[in-house]
Design a protein around this ligand. Sequence first.
Ligand code: NAD
Length: 290
Amino acid sequence: MKIGFIGLGNMGGPMAANLAAAGHEVAGFDLHAPMPAGVQDARSAEAAATDADVVITMLPNGAILRSVAAQLVPAMRAGAVLCDCSTVDVDSARAVAEQAQAAGIGALDAPVSGGVGGATAGTLTFMVGGSAAAFATAAALFDVMGAKAVHCGDAGAGQAAKICNNMILGVTMIATCEAFALADKLGLDRQKMFDVVSTSSGYSWSMNAYCPAPGIGPQSPADNDYKPGFAADLMLKDLRLAQQAAEGADADTPLGTAATALYARFVEEEDGTGRDFSAMLPRFASRGRG
Ligand code: NAD
């Protein structure tokens, strides 16, 4: 397939390289990042999009996606598919889809989970919103870049699934970290705490697969001095998107609101920037109630 790829950063770079390695013809564009192996330098977003069967975007946020999509859509041929893999607000995803559809172009919002490791290994999970026809066109590419693609519904459904999942993740990570800090103060050994909770009703992905306590449970960023992994800044971004969506949809999300406030404090006022989101554990452990 002929693919245009816009946004070749930490995630987009290895995703584009995997598509090229699988034999697809990939033309790339980024304002700053270098061209990944096997990707042709298209020199502009429009040039990368011309004649492409599928144009993939992997960009920082919804405002940038909207401005890049406004360049891409007029350059794309009718019947092609614009597939945005960035994590953005649901409104931007829907606005870009409408613009594409009005020009006879298929549109997908296909955010991912799995991080840079998953992007490099080609094991991402894609959560996809958009038409069945557009999903069918891009399915072979999801197979190269990922291990799983779930068609979640119409435009915006992929972003909705992503932010709901990550709101659960942020809340359960905080709950797990504050419980470890409480256990410390009660004199409970962390390994015993893990042994009980990981096989009891308090278990979660945060505890069982990504334990925030160093030296306990599976290998995780806690065992690497809390180097990300999944940075606290990115968790804050996703929690804010969930809050924005909740406001727009009039949904009551008190724990999502509390988790957003805690990660905002951690990243913007404390030492959370650049640390893994599980570094909430040393944060709680070093504090009292006051
Ligand atoms: P990144 O900052 O490394 O990459 C973004 C790239 O977009 C940069 O190289 C930048 O130069 C480029 N860019 C910005 N504006 C542009 C424009 N107008 N035209 C062309 N290129 C432009 O970010 P990333 O970590 O690769 O994340 C990309 C997206 O994936 C984000 O939406 C993020 O939330 C999401 N995501 C990231 C992770 C992760 O672990 N890094 C995990 C899941 C989802």
